[in-house]
Structures are given as structure tokens and as C-alpha cells.
Design a protein around this ligand. Structure first.
Ligand code: URP
Ligand code: ZN
Ligand code: ZN
Ligand code: ZN
Length: 485
């Protein structure tokens, strides 16, 4: 067998195993995993020197060049977003093609393909955001887009320009069940947030820290429970995205205990940031304004515990890039806006994998297999990309990361490759960073420099995920209504 490339002496970690092997790569795919592979005359070699080699990350929740209500504008497009992903060990991103209320979902996808074309340097798939489930969307656009490989979509319970009423969510979940698509839900109680926000503003409490107070844990807990209930009524699996702490986790644990098919995602901000980061003096806390907001140290620990015990299916960045010092970003309009007008979201595509490797694996909180499952393999299963993506196996794409765990690496925004003017993790010292990232056998990060090429990233059509299959054949509401009796 001849190889284009051999990665030698890899300490390979998958979601299931850790073993030592050479990795033989031909045509962008892994074709052999064995000790002492024999090089041909044209074979290139990279020496992993016994370091951990994991699958390239899948960041299954990130926002890149997503159209916002003017004047808000995202700082990263597909060029800078995927560059940053590659340098942080992520080789597949799944951002969102977002329908506008009153707009067409199909048009949003067409527009999003144009935004990505020629720019992406890692592979990408699209989730959809369903903001307006009209008959046209439910009967035509959504089933057709699912058939074309966009097999997952997000629904919002909050944000005026995106949110769906419970009845609309049920309609879309019914479709998810029929089409075997993966439904993601942003769970926060919109009316409660509006009420609390109004009271805070009336009391003159407008600083960024009040963002956190306006969306306390019960607001997320209630909506999480409601989302679980809607899922139960139809017997359709859902993923609760960006779970922030113990109250929502309790609901998910309860649902799992009942045998319900509920998946959960968390993000680094809920492991590394707290409400104190929002409430720093002045306007600086705007950098950490995201929803749900970071909670406190005790909640961070609950999230770590839930990662370790298998409650969470995935860790995603929820990268939502807005510049801090920018009239189209956090300082909207060139001022320091009251908290409800601060664009929500923080950057994190490049730091997700190193944060979790350093503070999860190297501290012993997570096994390296759990790390791989949470950052790559499970996302591939959830979104219909397995086994092409998310593992190191014969036949899989040669997307991998060689980890440098020898020396301290201090996070500095000036060293990151996104287009955002800050990182919420500035100055944090990690003990791990990617020494090399391969995308389909091509080096896209060499430990010093981005070496990829805009346009080399390919659009991935997702299969209908096996994890989106309902538990029962008729199930759900038909059973509740005794229609099958
Ligand atoms: O604050 C956040 N998370 N912004 C991004 C949009 C979302 O809800 O995921
Ligand atoms: Zn969300
Ligand atoms: Zn998001
Ligand atoms: Zn560089």
C-alpha cells in the first residue's frame, strides 16, 4: 500500500480507545492504522513523537457571518472564522443558516452558501434556524432542505426576531419526527426575561452585569422543562443547546431518568466564566454578555460533573463574534448601550478544544476518550456526519490534531486568528495547544501559522442522524390521544 502521508508514532485517542500507531493517509483519507507503516518514494512523513493525536474537532454550534438586524454585524466571516477554527484544532464547523421572520428558509440557505463559497478553510455543514414556520416552510422548504443534507435545525424560545410559540415548536417537532431531523432548542422563557428586563431598566440598572440578572437560572430551567415536555408529547429527540448550569441540568437528568430522548450541549463559557465577568466595573463586562449567561463557580462544577458522568452529548463554542470596540458590536452605535441592546455572544472557535484538553483531560476531570467524544465523535453522530468525520478510523477523513502538552500556553487575543478584538479568556494559562491540525491530510495549522487556503473547505451534506430517530413507531401524541387504540 502506498501513502501520501504517514503520521508516525501517534498516541491515537478515539472516543473508545487509546493506542499507539502510525496513521497512513492517501487521498485525504485514513487508509491504515498500524505500527511501522512502510513509506513509498513519494510519501511525506510527520513525526507525532508519541504525542496525543485526536480527531479534528467538530464545532457543532457556532455563528459565522450570520445576518443580524442592522446595525449589528458579526466580526467573523467564513474566512476568518474557519481560519480560527483550524488553528484551534477544529476541522468541521456547523454554523446556522437563519431564516428571517417573514423570509424564506430556502433563500437563507442559498445566501449562506454564497457567504461560505471560496472562503472556508475547514469543512462545514449548515444547521437551519426556523424562525417562521409557515405552511411553505413546513410543507416544502424544510423537508427539501433536509433531503439536501441540512438535517438539523434550531428553534428559539426567546429573542423577539427569532422566537417561536409552543404551538409552533410542536408543529416543527412533528416535522422533525417525520423527517428524522435533529431539533435543537434554545431554552429561555422570553416573557419572564422581558418582565425582569423592564423592571431593571425602570430602576436605572443598565450595566452589562444586569444582563445576567435579567436571565436567572429559573428562566432557563422552566424553558428547559417545557422543551422536554414538548419533545415528550411527540416522542421526538431534541438537543437542548448551551446549558449553563445545575438547574437546567436537573431537568435533563430527570428527563433521562424517565427514558426520554433528550440530548444536551454545553459550552466553555459555562466552565470558565461567571457572572462576575459580566459585572466587572464599567462597560467591560459586555465582552462576556451571552445567553444564557455564565452563572457561578458552583454551577461550573455541576457542569464539569455532568460532562464527566455522561449527561452532556457535546461541547460546542457557541462562537458569536462581535467586536467590543465597534459601533456594530458590543459598543453599539458608538456608545455603551443598556444591557438589552448589547449583542449577545462571545468568541470561542479557537479556544474550545485547547481549554477542554488542558482543563479537562490534563487535570484528570475527563478521560481523553471523553474529550474526543464531546468535541468530535458525538457531534458527528448527532448530525449525521459519522464516520466520515469525528473519528480516526480507516475510511474516515484524515482530519486530526497533534497535541502539544509539554509547555504552558497563555491565551492572548493577538495570537488568535479570528477577527474579533478580544477573547474572554485573555491571559489564561493552558497546558495544551494544537501543535498541528490536518484537514483531509493537508496541514492547516503547523503550530505557528495558519497554513490552510480559503476555499479548501468543503460543504458537507449531513445524513439523517440515527440519534434523531424516535423511540416508538407511532408514539408520542398518538398514544396520548389513544388514536392507535
Ligand atoms: O448569546 C448567545 N449565545 N448568542 C448566540 C446566539 C444563540 O442564542 O446561540
Ligand atoms: Zn441560542
Ligand atoms: Zn448560538
Ligand atoms: Zn498566526
Amino acid at each position: 500500500m502506498s501513502f501520501d502521508l504517514i503520521v508516525r508514532r501517534a498516541h491515537v485517542a478515539t472516543a473508545g480507545d487509546v493506542f499507539d500507531a502510525d496513521i497512513g493517509i492517501t487521498g485525504g483519507r485514513i487508509v491504515a492504522l498500524a505500527q511501522s507503516l512502510v513509506a513509498g518514494p513519494a510519501t511525506r512523513e510527520i513525526d507525532a513523537a508519541g504525542r496525543f493525536v485526536t480527531p479534528g474537532g467538530i464545532d457543532a454550534h457556532c455563528h459565522v457571518d450570520q445576518p443580524m438586524l442592522p446595525p449589528v454585524r458579526m466580526a467573523d466571516d467564513f474566512e476568518t472564522g474557519t481560519r480560527s477554527a483550524a488553528c484551534g484544532g477544529t476541522t468541521t464547523i456547523i454554523p446556522f443558516a437563519a431564516q428571517a421572520k417573514g423570509g424564506s428558509l430556502r433563500a437563507a440557505v442559498t445566501d449562506y452558501h454564497q457567504r461560505a463559497a471560496g472562503k472556508a478553510s475547514v469543512d462545514y455543514a449548515f444547521h437551519l434556524i426556523v424562525a417562521d414556520p409557515t405552511p411553505q416552510v413546513l410543507q416544502h422548504e424544510l423537508p427539501e432542505l433536509i433531503a439536501e443534507g441540512c438535517t438539523s435545525f434550531k428553534m428559539y424560545m426567546t429573542y423577539d426576531d427569532l422566537k417561536l410559540a409552543d404551538g409552533q415548536i410542536l408543529q416543527v417537532l412533528e416535522l422533525a419526527r417525520r423527517e428524522q431531523a435533529m431539533a435543537m432548542i434554545h431554552a429561555e422563557n422570553s416573557d419572564a426575561i422581558a418582565f425582569l428586563t423592564e423592571r431593571l431598566l425602570a430602576a436605572g440598572k443598565t450595566a452589562p452585569g444586569y444582563h445576567g440578572l435579567s436571565r436567572p437560572a429559573p428562566v432557563e430551567r422552566e424553558a428547559t422543562h417545557r422543551a422536554i415536555t414538548l419533545s415528550e408529547l411527540l416522542d421526538v429527540p431534541i438537543l437542548i443547546v448551551h446549558v449553563s448550569g445545575g438547574e437546567a441540568i436537573e431537568q435533563i437528568r430527570w428527563a433521562r431518568g424517565k427514558g426520554l430522548n433528550i440530548h444536551a450541549e454545553t459550552c466553555p463559557q459555562y466552565l470558565f466564566l461567571t457572572q462576575d465577568d459580566l459585572a466587572t466595573t464599567g462597560f467591560g463586562g459586555a465582552r462576556c454578555v451571552c445567553s444564557p449567561p455564565p452563572r457561578d463557580k458552583a454551577n461550573q462544577q455541576v457542569v464539569w460533573d455532568a460532562l464527566a458522568d455522561g449527561l452532556f452529548t457535546v461541547v460546542s463554542s457557541d462562537h458569536a463574534p462581535f467586536n467590543y470596540d465597534d459601533p456594530n458590536g458590543k459598543r453599539l452605535g458608538g456608545r455603551e448601550p443598556p444591557f438589552p441592546y448589547i449583542p449577545n455572544g462571545i468568541p470561542g472557535l479557537e479556544t474550545r478544544m485547547p481549554l477542554l484538553f488542558s482543563e479537562g483531560v490534563l487535570t484528570g476531570r475527563l478521560s481523553v476518550q471523553q474529550f474526543v467524544a464531546l468535541t468530535a465523535t458525538n457531534a458527528a453522530h448527532l448530525y449525521g456526519l459519522y464516520p466520515r468525520k469525528g473519528t480516526l478510523a480507516v475510511g474516515s477523513d484524515a482530519d486530526l490534531v497533534i497535541w502539544d502538552t509539554g509547555q504552558p500556553h497563555v491565551i492572548r487575543n493577538e495570537h488568535l486568528h479570528h477577527n474579533v478584538d478580544y477573547t474572554p479568556y485573555e491571559g489564561r494559562e493552558l497546558q495544551a495547544w494544537p501543535a498541528l491540525t490536518l484537514l483531509r491530510g493537508q496541514v492547516v495549522w503547523d503550530g505557528q501559522h495558519f497554513t490552510g487556503t480559503p476555499g479548501q473547505g468543503q460543504f458537507l451534506r449531513c445524513d439523517r442522524p440515527a440519534l434523531a430517530r424516535p423511540r416508538t413507531r407511532s408514539g408520542g401524541w398518538r398514544q396520548w390521544l389513544e388514536l392507535d387504540a
